[in-house]
Design a protein. Structure first.
Length: 455
């Protein structure tokens, strides 16, 4: 139940523009005068709010994409309901709804979407509708591309912005009017900052995207003021593209910002949120794409993401839900995706339809989001006059190691876990092997959720 081949490109080039994802190491061997072992402090000390309600949990489904049928739509929604999800995210390609001209709707596509919305309503699931893909008749693609653009298969012409953003606004207004009661939100386009140019291409991308958003927001609100409008759908966590959008005048034209972070997901959220606050933007983030591919040991990398085992995939998805549970500025966490394919294995259901360990882990996490995540662990042992720290922790953010000798802070190290959420670190030999107390904690959880050992 993956999206189209074009949609699968959303899993590529996740590192583009995301400077937070670069491993940072900081070492301080000189004694810090008077630096006593700091006291523990509460989780989310770096500005994470303690919301009374966990973010809405959900899963991406294929919906009306490839091989869509009524029976498949029914099965997808039923599986999402079994997951105890509250949201499903689907792609509604504009080019599939209006392939020939403005206002001329494809009846089969509308019927499929009607069925999906009806199923979702009966299952008490809200829908995030991602609306992208320019029809041939509306595209600004070069003439060479338009010459091969077919209404049923627009190809790369669909990635070019429309000639008139107002036409896009009219279409998303129709979506809001027809399906408003079933919608959690309408997500305006997909990943305009993607370096691979698969979703929004051509020059002046921030300006073109801002035009789409400014056309979509009033049209959606006029049709149904209760439908939330999501901007962004961004993959870059350093805020560079978002800064360009601010300059292009997008503030006031969205209710939330959608982000897709696959690598160091929590750290990426934190950095992006801090950039928002610096611009006076307090709109919540909707993490509506993230995940891990259970392709290990068959592959090491898939869609530019490190492969993990099925067990690690299950652990990661559950931990992510629980680590985000108290984060008031994240409105939703929707994992990618329900069912994998031969090309990628991010799904919690195998291509053959078998439920993976991650399916059950995710269902349990949705049912109990405030349960504690996996703990940070630490073991110390000496070898050849050097102390080695080994352990594990929950996925998603940098960890920090602090070594104290006779109560003085002597060494700091910022690091990330390996793909299996383990670490093995050698402390500098100059510290020796006696009188050391070592503490390790994850930035997201903070001290108070740390591991401490002495040798």
């Amino acid at each position: 139940m993956v999206y189209s081949q074009k949609r699968m490109g959303a899993l590529k080039a996740r590192l583009a523009g995301a400077t937070v994802l670069v491993l940072v190491i900081a070492v301080a061997l000189a004694p810090a005068a008077g630096a006593q072992t700091p006291p523990a402090y509460a989780a989310h000390a770096t500005g994470h709010g303690k919301g009374k309600q966990a973010p809405l949990g959900g899963v991406d489904i294929n919906g009306i994409g490839n091989d869509a049928s009524i029976s498949r739509i029914d099965a997808e929604v039923a599986a999402a309901q079994s997951l105890k999800a509250k949201l499903v995210r689907i792609e509604l390609p504009w080019s599939q709804f209006e392939p020939q001209m403005q206002g001329q709707l494809d009846p089969e596509t509308v019927a499929m979407t009607d069925r999906l919305m009806q199923d979702a309503s009966k299952a008490h699931l809200k829908v995030i509708a991602l609306v992208d893909s320019t029809p041939c008749w509306a595209s600004t693609a070069p003439a060479s591309l338009l010459a091969t653009c077919a209404p049923e298969a627009p190809g790369h012409s669909a990635a070019w912005p429309p000639k008139s953003a107002a036409n896009y606004g009219k279409f998303v207004g129709w979506i809001a009017q027809r399906y408003g009661k079933e919608l959690a939100a309408i997500e305006v386009w997909n990943e305009p900052d993607q370096a691979n140019q698969d979703y929004l291409t051509g020059p002046n991308k921030p300006q073109h995207y801002a035009e789409l958003l400014r056309a979509a927001y009033p049209a959606i609100k006029h049709a149904d003021a209760q439908v939330k409008v999501l901007a962004g759908s961004l993959v870059g966590s350093n805020g560079a593209f978002m800064n360009a959008l601010y300059k292009a005048g997008i503030k006031g034209y969205y209710d939330g910002v959608a982000v897709h972070f696959y690598t160091l997901t929590l750290g990426s959220l934190r950095v992006f949120h801090e950039n928002q606050l610096a611009h006076g933007d307090h709109k919540p983030l909707w993490l509506d794409e993230y995940g891990w591919s259970s392709c290990w040991p068959k592959y090491k990398v898939e869609q530019e993401q490190g492969c993990v085992t099925p067990a690690v995939q299950a652990q990661n998805l559950a931990n992510m839900i629980r680590q985000l549970a108290h984060t008031s500025w994240v409105a939703a966490d929707t994992s990618y995706d329900l069912q994998g394919s031969a090309q990628e294995e991010f799904g919690v259901v195998s291509p053959e339809g078998k439920r993976k360990p991650s399916f059950y882990a995710l269902a349990k996490a949705f049912a109990s989001p405030f349960a504690p995540p996996s703990p940070v662990t630490l073991k110390l042992h000496a070898k050849n006059g050097q102390v080695i720290a080994n352990g594990s922790g929950p996925v998603g953010d940098y960890l920090k190691l602090e070594a104290f000798q006779h109560g003085l802070l002597r060494y700091r190290l910022i690091f990330s876990l390996n793909r299996f959420n383990d670490y093995s670190l050698k402390l500098p030999k100059v510290l020796g092997t006696h009188g050391l107390t070592v503490r390790v904690y994850q930035y997201w959880l903070g001290r108070g959720h740390d591991a401490q050992r002495s040798i």
